[in-house]
Unconditional design. Structure first.
Length: 263
């Protein structure tokens, strides 16, 4: 596991965007670069920089296929809190050469949600698997909507959201947790860790405990983020505020070994 520590959120996002751009540029042309994407506040800065590079002619998305992590069950595309809406509003609509047919997002209005999830896994496999999965984690360490105690080998499926998650997400629903859907469609922990590389963004003091569990804790379903310890291509990009629960030796080790990556 690599841990890239940056001074602040902006530098963390800049590092991550540059890393992703480098992977896209160096990818062989024989098949598309397959990129897994998250929603939420963590990736916004990364998306802004990728958009800037794309519109400046520095990075093309013409040969990129995307798969999003999750979607609320029961929300149509046009709902302003659906993740389909979020991704188009914050990313896809601003890219000059992203092909609509290369965008994959779980359908929260699917008549058969479980069949939709099985189909999603099949589409990922048909593309040759995900080259890089970008993600964030919750304060309890969950990846996508894989709440604590979700199997670390789980695949895409229907997830019931905890009360804590609905309370946290209620800020997007007028502050009312009851308006937050009770379930979502989500890639599994195993779906994420099947990617050739996984790049997780962790910022802010409220994520410090989750970062420590990801890097220093034991591998456990209690912290689904800990599954990254078993991945040969796992990278954590974090800011200083998120490092508050790391031991001094761990913090110094990653600063030392990744010293050339500091912006």
């Amino acid at each position: 596991m690599r841990v890239i520590i940056q001074d602040n959120y902006e530098k963390m996002c800049l590092w991550a965007a540059r890393y992703i751009a480098g992977k896209i540029r160096s990818h062989a042309e024989e098949r598309p670069f397959v990129l897994g994407l998250p929603t939420g506040s963590s990736p916004i800065g990364v998306y802004r920089e990728l958009i800037r590079m794309n519109r400046a002619g520095e990075l093309s998305f013409a040969n990129v296929v995307t798969f999003n992590m999750d979607e609320y069950l029961g929300l149509p595309h046009e709902h302003d809190q659906s993740y389909w809406y979020f991704m188009h509003d914050n990313f896809f609509n601003h890219l000059v050469d992203m092909k609509p047919e290369n965008i994959h997002i779980l359908d929260g209005m699917a008549e058969d949600p479980e069949a939709e999830c099985r189909s999603y896994e099949g589409k990922i496999a048909a593309c040759g698997g995900i080259d890089l999965f970008l993600g964030g984690i919750g304060v309890d360490g969950h990846i996508a909507f894989n709440e604590p105690f979700t199997s670390l080998s789980s695949r895409t499926g229907v997830r019931s959201l905890t009360t804590d998650t609905r309370i946290v997400n209620s800020r997007f629903f007028g502050g009312d947790p009851e308006k937050v859907p009770e379930q979502a469609l989500s890639v599994g922990v195993g779906t994420v860790t099947d990617a050739r590389e996984v790049l997780i963004l962790i910022s802010g003091h409220n994520k410090a405990r989750a970062l420590a569990a990801t890097v220093e804790g034991g591998v456990s379903q209690r912290w689904t983020c800990s599954a990254l310890q078993l991945h040969n291509g796992a990278i954590i990009a974090c800011d200083e505020e998120a490092c508050g629960e790391l031991t001094v030796d761990t913090y110094k080790y990653f600063l030392d070994i990744e010293r050339g990556e500091r912006l």
